[in-house]
Design a protein around this ligand. Structure first.
Ligand SMILES: Cc1cc2nc3c(=O)[nH]c(=O)nc-3n(C[C@H](O)[C@H](O)[C@H](O)COP(=O)(O)OP(=O)(O)OC[C@H]3O[C@@H](n4cnc5c(N)ncnc54)[C@H](O)[C@@H]3O)c2cc1C
Length: 296
């Protein structure tokens, strides 16, 4: 029986496993989180664009996918972090020991990029990581700093402003990359203040975020705030891969039109291998079906 390992129990990894069972193959899914679902677990609003299930909550879709996979006999192993891959010997190294593979599917997803400034790691360590859709109400009447200039940053600014927060959007360039429809709405929203070009130098506060130090032109000032949301783009979860030739300049796995990586018998699907513009639940699920058929 061929050994098939799937890294990641997000929608792409779980879908690959479901499809593999359809062909009577027996994948093992390894996932670092304590629950399957990947980013679905952090979607606070109802998902409007998953075909066939209108308005499904992210955690509900995660539970349905995991239940479907488990009912078919897929082994989903949580709390296992993949630390490396040895392609010559066909071994995945993990925090709980090695897993041999004949075929490997990487579906490790993506994460928000960080600024790497003082105070940021402490903020994340304290759990001050917010979702604009889920947490907007808690910031009504308070100041929130959002860092970034793309769609996510502007959309998050609009969501928080709608919930009556005072939003300060800090962007390092004077040019915003967000879609015109978002930028037009932002220009008409009185409680969003734009600082650009400007940089956040550090996040201030010992036990909780109390402010940010912002550099704008020749001025450096502390701006008091209740929260900081960093929305400067995403990157692939690829830290377990040493070979930099496998990864593009933005941190995503390079794949061909069949989702094959440059390593023999190793495929990559979902957010880890998609241009962020195309990243979606549906795109990852589609790739999962494509890859499973190649393993038959
Ligand atoms: C707030 C929010 C709202 C969204 N709304 C929508 C929407 O409305 N519609 C839509 O289509 N998409 C939406 N998305 C995007 C969608 O969630 C992603 O495109 C999708 O989850 C990607 O699936 P994936 O399986 O590729 O990766 P992920 O969901 O990121 O799952 C990857 C899994 O791999 C695991 N992993 C990572 N590294 C390792 C490792 N080293 N070892 C072991 N396991 C590892 C992670 O723990 C995770 O469980 C949204 C995302 C967010 C954050």
């Amino acid at each position: 029986m061929q050994k098939i390992i799937v890294i990641g129990a997000g929608p792409a990894g779980l879908s690959a496993a479901i499809w593999l069972r359809r062909f009577d193959l027996h994948p093992i899914v390894l996932d670092s989180h304590d629950r399957p679902g990947g980013q679905l677990l952090s979607i606070g609003n109802l998902i409007p664009d998953f075909p066939g299930i209108p308005e499904v909550a992210g955690p509900d879709l995660a539970a349905r996918l995991a239940a479907h996979a488990s009912a078919l006999g897929v082994q989903i192993r949580q709390n296992i972090v993949v630390e490396g891959i040895d392609p010559e010997s066909g071994v995945v190294r993990t925090t709980t020991g090695p897993y041999g593979y004949d075929r490997l599917i990487i579906a490790s997803g993506s994460r928000q990029k960080t600024l790497g400034i003082p105070g940021e790691a402490e903020m994340i360590g304290r759990g001050e990581v917010y979702s604009a859709s889920q947490d907007a109400q808690r910031f009504a009447g308070r100041t929130v700093v959002i860092v970034g200039g793309g769609d996510r940053a502007v959309e998050n600014a609009l969501l928080l402003a709608e919930a009556a927060a005072r939003v300060v959007l800090v962007h390092r360039s004077p040019v915003f990359r967000g879609q015109d429809r978002f930028l037009d709405r932002m220009a008409k929203t009185a409680n969003i203040e734009v600082r650009a070009p400007a940089r956040v130098l550090r996040i201030v506060g010992r036990d909780r975020v109390e402010g940010v130090e912002i550099e704008q032109g020749s001025e450096i000032r502390i701006l008091p705030c209740a929260a900081v949301l960093v929305r400067i783009g995403v990157t692939g979860n690829t830290s377990f891969l040493n070979d930099t030739s496998l990864i593009d300049e933005r941190g995503f796995l390079r794949v061909d039109e069949r989702c094959r990586t440059r390593l023999p018998n190793v495929w990559a699907i979902g957010d880890v291998a998609l241009d962020p513009f195309f990243a979606s639940i549906s795109a990852g699920i589609g790739q999962a079906a494509m890859v499973a058929k190649q393993l038959v």
